[in-house]
Design a protein around this ligand. Structure first.
Ligand SMILES: [Fe+2]
Length: 209
């Protein structure tokens, strides 16, 4: 089962996810949807409901695991799995560590992973900028810096895989998302509108953290 956006935001509230993480997650969902639409136009079948839910929920455990030091991707996947949300759990569980197979068709796991690496806080940035940010935040020692370098190489390979069949380039993600914000019709525009309403409600009615 894939939770709809209303159910996804209820889960964020239940797990007391702070508004800044929700803001980041909404933008990751938007980038995932825009990429999903483009990939589908090139002949694939990405599930928009899954992209939206997994984007919104990918960091559900981030704040809660700050103190415990647990792996937030795994913890989030476990929580969602316990609720019977298997497909979303699968995407959330791989948003930090991805097994990339460049020969396999693009899927929702890869799109959400990639979208997360293009969104710094709530802003769309290049992979280069995002990895500078990640190095500042997580590059505590040589080992951590080495894993970030590996992740950057993998994400660059994934970027090439996603964009190869598309008619536009990674630098256009921001303008494509802005264009989708202004669209009145279409599936992606419907998701954008619904997310904006639910996000605003979340901000207006913040949970106690
Ligand atoms: Fe995360």
């Amino acid at each position: 089962m894939i939770p709809d956006l209303e159910a996804s935001f209820s889960l964020l509230r239940e797990y007391r996810v702070p508004p800044h993480i929700v803001g980041h997650s909404v933008m990751v969902a938007k980038v995932s949807l825009v990429l999903g639409e483009a990939v589908n136009a090139a002949g694939r079948r990405q599930d928009f409901a899954l992209l939206a839910a997994a984007g919104v929920l990918h960091d559900i455990a981030k704040f809660a695991t700050l103190k415990t030091g647990e792996d937030h991707a795994q913890a989030g996947a476990d929580w969602l799995e316990d609720r019977g949300l298997k497909s979303v759990a699968r995407v959330v569980g791989q948003h930090v560590r991805l097994q990339l197979d460049v020969d396999k068709p693009v899927d929702e796991v890869e799109l959400v992973f990639y979208a997360d690496k293009r969104v710094q806080h709530e802003k769309i940035v290049t992979l280069e900028q995002r990895f500078i940010d990640l190095r500042h935040r997580y590059g505590r020692n040589r080992e951590a810096l080495g894993s970030l370098e590996e992740m950057k190489a993998l994400t660059t390979a994934l970027e090439n895989k996603i964009f190869r069949p598309l008619s536009w380039v990674p630098g256009e993600v921001e303008s494509r998302v802005a264009a989708a914000e202004g669209n009145r019709h279409g599936h992606v525009a419907d998701y954008f509108r619904q997310m904006s309403v639910l996000h605003q409600k979340y901000i207006d009615n913040q949970p106690d953290i």
